[in-house]
Design a protein around this ligand. Sequence first.
Ligand code: FMN
Length: 358
Amino acid sequence: MAKLFEPLTIRSKTSRNRIWIAPMCQYSCEDQDGIPNQWHLVHLGSRALGGAGLVMTEATAIRPDGRISPWDTGIWNDEQVEAWKETTAFIKNAGALAAIQLAHAGRKASIYREWSGSGAIQEADGGWQPVSSTDEGFPQYNTPRELTTEEVRELVQEWATAAKRSVEAGFDVIEIHAAHGYLVHQFLSPITNQRTDEFGGSKVNRAKFLVDIVKAMRQEIGDEIPVIVRFSATDYREDGFTVADCAEVAKWCEEAGADLFDISSGGIVLGVNIPFGPGYQVPMAEDIAHEVDAPVAAVGLITTGEQAEEILQSTEIDIIMIGRASLRDPYWPLRAAFELDVELDYWPNQYTRGKFKK
Ligand SMILES: Cc1cc2nc3c(=O)[nH]c(=O)nc-3n(C[C@H](O)[C@H](O)[C@H](O)COP(=O)(O)O)c2cc1C
């Protein structure tokens, strides 16, 4: 049997296969209240029906100023927790694990969604001043305010509270968004962290925010729920965060209670050369997989079942995440099974008459 369709158990949760849907912002909370709605239910639910082992939400803000745009989902209040329950129940009934990506955008907050405008939303237009590890802004974005040491300590607890709320909302798995130049990455990268307090300076100090979040979450949610960390394994700059740094920080996260690493790249600065191409982030994920005991997920321009299977067969990578290909085709996993000659027992009964045929 293809490795892509072997189950994987982490703590108390079993994914029916190795195909996970990558987190993808939908910018669809029309009332700008962070409450998921029918869009999120149908979008995420379709991908669960499509046969994925795990379906992950978009970057979901742990508090209002952590939203990338005002249309992002959130999990900072009870109303949001209640609203997520319908989606998590649907995903689970369809046989997939329900995962949430918890996020804080830091200095990359308060921007328009693509179809409503462009660039930063000024405070006068309903935007806000972002907070960050630094008071240096991202080009074209609102200038952030540097968080005080006490505020960073409080934020650690807010991440843990969001994790607890996520479990209440029915999520099986929690991912910490520490990639793409958002707040946690802003602390990790020497390019955006020149702090002189306990959260800046040495690599250990720059990683302290993330490691403290993992520890606080683990304390809040107990032993059953898997915690994933998504990293940008490189800033594509010599003075930035590197794959070697990432491997070291991942090990600290593992000791603190993290269970899997999801390896992406970039996002902290503009103007770098990213070698986009099929599976371009796979070698980095492979490097991290060599260094840690925990399973590792690869993501980025993986588009066919054959390509995904080849990665699992030829590397130590355990999970394949599918993003854009699953926007084109919510049934990507069912199609991959057909391509790889795998007979699945979770083709939806209602869809049996539509099975792929040779
Ligand atoms: C519409 C869209 C929204 C995205 N939103 C997020 C997000 O919320 N969090 C995140 O970590 N990555 C986000 N990403 C990145 C994807 O998770 C994924 O890493 C990336 O698209 C590369 O994988 P792919 O080539 O399979 O699409 C987004 C990508 C797309 C296309």
